[in-house]
Each structure stands twice: as C-alpha cells, then as structure tokens.
Design a protein around this ligand. Structure first.
Ligand code: AMP
Ligand code: MG
Length: 354
C-alpha cells in the first residue's frame, strides 16, 4: 500500500495554520493523517466515513473488531453520536474535558459499525492538545483516531515514532511536540444500568485520569473491570477489545519484576546475560550485570507514563534482547503504567523472594 506521506510541520496553531488546514482537507476528503494529542499520537480519519476508517485499520494492521475512539472538539458534537447523554456523562465531561478521558455510551445511527468495531456503543473523547483540536475543527467532522502505530507495537509519543511505523501507509504525519501524558486515555463505560436505572461506571482502561478522580467527579464508586489487571481466558470476551494479551510490545522480550530495589537488583544479578537491559527507577541505579535506563522515580508515575513507550522503542533500537522492568505500584497513574507494562510483557511477571 505504498503511498506518498506528507510530513507537515505543526507545532503552533498560528505559524503552522497551513499544515492544519491541509490536514483538515485531507481528512474531509477521506484520507488518514497522524496527529498529536496529549496522550499519544493518533491516526485520524473521518469517524462517520466507513471508507476512511477502513484505511485506518489497514494502515495499522489492526483487527477490525477493535473499536475506534471518536474525537470531538466542542461539546455540541457529542449528542448526535449517542442515543442519550446521562447526567453522569455530563458531569465527567465537565470535570475532565478537554483531557485524557474517553466515555463510552450507546451509539446513535450516525456512527458506522466500522467505527464501533461492530458494537452498539461508541467511545468519545475531547482532546486537550491545541493542534488536535485545530485539526478536528479544520476537518469539520468527528475524527476516529486510534494510536498511530502498527498494531501491537508500543504506542507513538513522538512524530518520529509515527514515521517509523507508518511512512508510506498514511497520507500525512503532523510534526508536532512529544506527547505530555505518554499513555492512552482512561476509558470509562457508562453503558450498563444498575437497579436504580442509573449507569454503572466501569473502568475499562486506566490512564492519566485516575479511579479516585473519577469517583470524586461522579460522587459514586466505580467498577474496575477485571481485564485491567488480569489476563482474560480464552473465550472470555474483553469488554474493551483493545486490552488483549500481548500489546504495546517491543521486539525484545519484556519481564516485569516486582519488589523493592534490593529484590530487583538481586534478581537482575542472578539473571543477567548479554543482550539484557534494565528499565528501572532512578532510585535503583546502579543495577548489577546489565546496562540500565531509568524511566522515572519510583513515586513519579506521571514521569513513568511519559517515558514508558519511548524507552521501549529506544531499547529495541539498541538491540535489547530482554528488558527487565521494575514494576510500578498499581495506584493512581501507576495503575495505567502497570496495565501497559503487563501487556508489553505478555503478562510475564516475577516476584523475587526476599
Ligand atoms: P486506541 O484508540 O488504539 O487507544 O484504542 C481504543 C481503545 O478503546 C481500545 O482498546 C478499545 O478496546 C476501546 N474502545 C473503543 N470503543 C469502545 C467501545 N465502544 N466499547 C468498548 N471499548 C471500546
Ligand atoms: Mg493503540
């Protein structure tokens, strides 16, 4: 599917207005464009045009039962996409939009089945990145935008990652800033109803908006879906089809190592062989037996999230055969980091004995 891919400078809404207008035109005409968002780069296409979404699935090599998130830039663009907007959805949008939260509701007839992966529901988000919003505005249509990587590989947090994966497969790539959040949006479903008739909020994918923040905005508890931290068995249908077994994975074999700095170091010392790399916390340095790249302080989950995917790609570039990652705590944004690492590691987790 070799095609010409335009590289369009897009760091500033005013200075790069020409790039944004051109991206808008390409999208309106059914093309696909990699765009920055605050979470990761997205591969955008007209969410209401099955031809455009088919191009997204093909360029990514993504299974077509994996639904796409629809991106909007103004509140009034939401209602036409869904059957109704419960007050819980409005409260969440007021608290977190624009920002890294995706809300799933029963879909309207406007949303094609190709966008929803055949489901009767639609995931919607309003991104905060000004360039993303400018492109949606220029396109004049809601944009489906899954991560702009080849399916299965680490998500792209710089435009160069998009170019590495998608050059010759998409119409254009916007050359903008590195992503500030670094992991995909929090995904919350409001599709299920409780006995009182109100939606039961269910977290399908953790992200920068944390479970505690969601509880506080809703004034109720939320359900954390089992798929967030567990490997669903064969035949068990993931509510969020993207949360499958191996995902976000570099070419190297990734292992998550739990425990204290002492236990982590002890495990590396026993295990090390040539080709190994440690992806550790700053506090773990120096580690024995292998070269190391810190991905943030043990308590700095936001820094870990920002650097995670970039480092996995970098270690591939350096020829790493095995990567031993010190596992973060599973609270706050750490839950999102742990969730991605678990899949990058295909659920390979070791707990060294004290
Ligand atoms: P990506 O856009 O690549 O970050 O992936 C979107 C994620 O949102 C996937 O993991 C999907 O499983 C999930 N998702 C999108 N739409 C829905 C939906 N209607 N129901 C459940 N999960 C969804
Ligand atoms: Mg993705």
């Amino acid at each position: 599917m070799e095609k010409e891919t335009l590289l369009l400078p897009a760091r500033d809404l005013t200075a790069d207005a020409g790039s944004i207008a051109l991206a808008g035109r390409i999208l309106r005409e059914g093309g696909i464009v990699a765009i920055p968002t605050e979470t990761v780069y997205g591969l955008a296409g007209n969410a209401l045009d099955p031809g455009a979404t088919a191009k997204i699935y093909a360029a990514k090599g993504r299974p077509s039962d994996n639904p796409l998130i629809v991106h909007i830039q103004a509140m009034e663009e939401w209602a036409p996409l869904v059957r109704e907007l419960p007050k819980e959805a409005e409260a969440l949008a007021a608290a977190f939009w624009p920002g890294p939260l995706t809300i799933i509701l029963p879909k309207s007839a406007l949303v094609p089945d190709t966008t929803s992966g055949g489901l009767d529901t639609v995931a919607v988000r309003m991104p905060a990145d000004p360039i993303a919003r400018g492109v949606i505005r220029a396109a004049g249509v809601p944009l489906a935008a899954p991560s702009a990587n080849r399916s299965g590989s680490p998500s792209p947090t710089t435009w160069r990652h998009c170019a590495d994966d998608l050059m010759g497969r998409v119409d254009a790539i916007l050359q903008s800033r590195d992503c500030g959040v670094g992991v995909e949006s929090t995904v919350l479903s409001l599709c299920q109803r409780g006995e009182d008739g109100r939606p039961v909020p269910r977290l399908l994918r953790p992200g920068a908006v944390t479970p505690d923040q969601l509880r506080e905005a809703l004034g109720t508890d939320i359900v954390v879906d089992r798929g967030v931290l567990e490997h669903l068995g064969e035949g068990e249908r993931a509510l969020s089809p993207g949360m499958k077994y191996r995902h976000y994975a570099p070419a190297a074999e990734v292992t998550l190592v739990k425990g204290t700095t002492e236990q982590y170091r002890g495990y590396l010392e026993k295990t090390a062989r040539p080709g190994d790399w440690a992806m550790c916390f700053t506090e773990d340095l120096p580690v024995p037996g292998m070269p190391a790249c810190p991905y943030g302080g043990a308590a700095d989950h936001r820094e870990q999230a920002r650097r995670l995917f970039q480092l996995l790609r970098e270690l591939d570039g350096r020829g790493a055969e095995r990567i031993f990652v010190h596992a973060p705590r599973q609270d706050n944004v750490g839950l999102a980091v742990y969730n991605r690492l678990l899949r990058a590691a295909a659920f390979r987790v070791v707990e060294p004995q004290p």
